[in-house]
Write a protein that binds this ligand. Structure first.
Ligand code: GRF
Length: 232
């Protein structure tokens, strides 16, 4: 059996998607979260990683050049032989040197059907506010490759999530987050399996993606979800 692919999870907030990835890790054995990285000292995601014995780092980005930040990130990633980076509510721009070193090896999850409701400034509750204001009956979750801009990389997987007539931002965000927690580990498996085999990942077939029924019940730990992001 092939060893799991070492991955890094970058997160700025609560890290419920990181938790879903950690929980799924032993189920598939396709990846192992080798390190967690944040731009914020107090990010709850760091504690989630540390509590299960993973290395966790803060790389500050304020008042630093992307070149400097990128150099430090690449050192940490090399220390852990990271093959794939999973952004899970990471706030900041990924430095060009990291994007170049991990071309089509960086994924991001976005709580809406990109290219709608994405881009700089579309973060946290704003995404769901925009969805509700638009009057659409269906929103979604997108996993995409990361390039040097916000939410513009090619899409790897996208699933729909219904908007219900009585939804508010909290109920919609909770329903979407529940789907994120199922989709992201499945896509991580898919991409890491291909990386382990040395092939380019094929498009992720969502028709074989068996996600649990979506309900309108809010997540019990939703308070730990991200409060403020620039990249969502
Ligand atoms: C998620 O909604 C994700 O789609 C977005 O940021 C949020 C992170 O939530 N990129 P969490 O920190 O994983 O709870």
């Amino acid at each position: 059996m092939k060893p799991p692919v070492p991955v890094a999870v970058f997160a700025s907030g609560g890290g419920t998607n990181l938790q879903a990835l950690l929980d799924h890790e032993p189920v598939s054995g396709e990846y192992r979260v080798a390190m967690v990285l944040s731009d914020r000292e107090g990010a709850a995601a760091l504690e989630r990683g540390l509590s299960v014995g993973r290395d966790a780092y803060v790389i500050e980005t304020d008042a630093r050049s992307l070149t400097d930040v990128g150099r430090q990130m690449l050192e940490r990633l090399a220390d852990h032989d990271v093959q794939v980076i999973l952004l899970a509510g990471y706030l900041k721009m990924i430095p060009p040197a990291v994007v170049a070193a991990y071309e089509r090896r960086i994924l991001n999850i976005h709580p809406a059907p990109l290219p709608s409701f994405g881009g700089k400034g579309m973060y946290g509750p704003r995404v769901h506010e925009a969805v509700l204001a638009s009057g659409v009956e269906v929103t979604g979750v997108t996993v995409h490759y990361v390039d040097e801009d916000y939410d513009t990389g090619s899409i790897v997987a996208q699933v729909s999530v219904p908007v219900r007539p009585r939804d508010d931002v909290a109920s919609l965000a909770a329903r979407v987050l529940k789907v994120e927690h199922q989709l992201y580990p499945a896509v991580a498996d898919h991409v890491c399996r291909a990386v382990a085999e040395g092939v380019e990942p094929s498009p992720f077939d969502v028709t074989h993606f068996d996600f649990a029924p979506v309900t309108s019940h809010p997540q019990t730990d939703h308070s730990k979800s991200i409060e403020e992001t620039e990249r969502t």
